[in-house]
Write a protein that binds this ligand. Structure first.
Ligand code: PMP
Length: 358
């Protein structure tokens, strides 16, 4: 029996996408072997690779002036690869610090070049909000401004992205494909696939073609965006199975109505859970400021750490897993990525109500 999976990533994937993989596991489209066994240079795999790319372009309405790259190394590797490519000597990059991942991105960039903190919303050791536009101390000459779209650990999310004049770079790991975005606002978007798009092992980069062309050339070939753009992300052996599964996931969401359908489902899910938290604020506390609440990761607490642990345990025995808060924050975290349904969230809310009443 499948459980309801509230894990923060890797996360649940739509069952039909997994079943499609199961069906094709040992014999992909009559080729007598599974996609895992196909050459990445062969026709069968190449068609899957191209389809995954065009589905992602279609789902996110990515303009032709952008490259879509399938890389490896996770978002963590991009913390370094972004400045390697986009931060030239003599320039500085601005970082907006809204959580643990943006802190890591800043630290990594600082190893490679000059960086500034454009804002930092940490208060009492935690992040409860993203900054307002007025709080941003931006360098108009910055090589780029780095933001984290959704802060997976603390459960904050930019409702609207800030207005900046320098190129905007965004770590979109934990909400890519969760809502409609205007790609043209960004010079570069990167994300690990393992929340909304597919399994871990695939890193997505969406980058303006002119930024690829003007990127630094004094870095190893394997870290240049240009290398992968020129080779259609087949410079070396890509994570073929991950890209195949991503194809299945994207095809499934397209069939379900595309990005607008996904977004409205996600808005509904978040509303169900936040409404329940607000209605029982005498028992459950939700620390994030309302304007910064994440639709993807909802963090909350019961009246005590002991009860938090008990709640997570009770939920697990009711078939709802992955609810423990991040090891650095504790508490409870329900990640409502795309594969979680409205009904799943309603089940969680029912459980919260039963637990509160004892
Ligand atoms: N950024 C964000 C916002 C994340 O949520 C994560 C992973 N949870 C990372 C970066 C790191 O990603 P990876 O493990 O793919 O390196």
């Amino acid at each position: 029996m499948r459980v309801i999976n509230f894990n923060a990533g890797p996360a649940g994937l739509p069952l039909p996408a997994l079943e499609r993989a199961q069906k094709e596991m040992c014999d992909f489209e009559g080729t007598g072997m599974g996609i895992l066994e196909h050459s990445h240079r062969g026709k069968a795999y190449e068609a899957v690779h191209d389809e995954a790319m065009s589905l992602l372009r279609e789902m996110l309405s990515i303009p032709d002036s952008y490259e879509v790259l399938f890389l490896q190394g996770g978002a963590s590797q991009q913390f370094a690869v972004v400045p390697m490519n986009l931060l030239p000597v003599g320039k500085s990059a601005d970082y907006v610090i809204t959580g643990g991942w943006s802190e890591k991105a800043l630290e990594e960039a600082a190893r490679l070049g000059t960086v500034r903190t454009a804002a930092n919303t940490k208060a009492d050791g935690v992040f409860r909000r993203v900054p307002t536009q007025a709080e941003l101390d931006l360098d108009p000459n910055a090589a780029y401004v780095h933001v984290t779209s959704n802060n997976t650990l603390f459960g904050t999310q930019w409702a609207a992205f800030p207005d900046v004049t320098a190129p905007l770079v965004c770590d979109m790991s934990s909400d890519i494909l969760g809502r409609r975005i205007d790609v043209s606002k960004f010079t570069l978007i990167y994300a690990g696939a393992q929340k909304n798009i597919g399994p871990s092992g695939v890193t997505i980069v969406i980058v303006k073609k002119d930024a690829v062309a003007s990127a630094r050339k004094d870095i190893p070939v394997v870290f240049r965006y240009e290398t992968f753009a020129k080779a259609k992300s087949l410079y070396n052996t890509p994570p073929t199975f991950g890209i195949y599964l991503m194809r299945n996931v994207l095809a499934y969401w397209k069939e379900q109505g595309g990005i607008d359908a996904v977004q409205s489902r996600n808005e509904k899910k978040a509303k169900v859970l936040y409404d329940a938290l607000d209605a029982s604020s005498d028992y459950f506390s939700a620390p994030v400021e309302k304007g910064s609440r994440s639709a993807m990761n909802v963090v909350f607490r019961t009246p005590s750490e002991e009860l938090d642990k008990q709640f997570v345990k009770t939920a697990a025995s009711a078939g709802m897993v992955g609810l423990a808060g991040h090891r650095s924050t504790g508490g409870v975290r329900a990640s409502l990525y795309n594969a979680v349904s409205v009904e799943d969230v309603e089940r969680l809310v029912e459980l919260m109500e039963r637990f509160r009443k004892g």
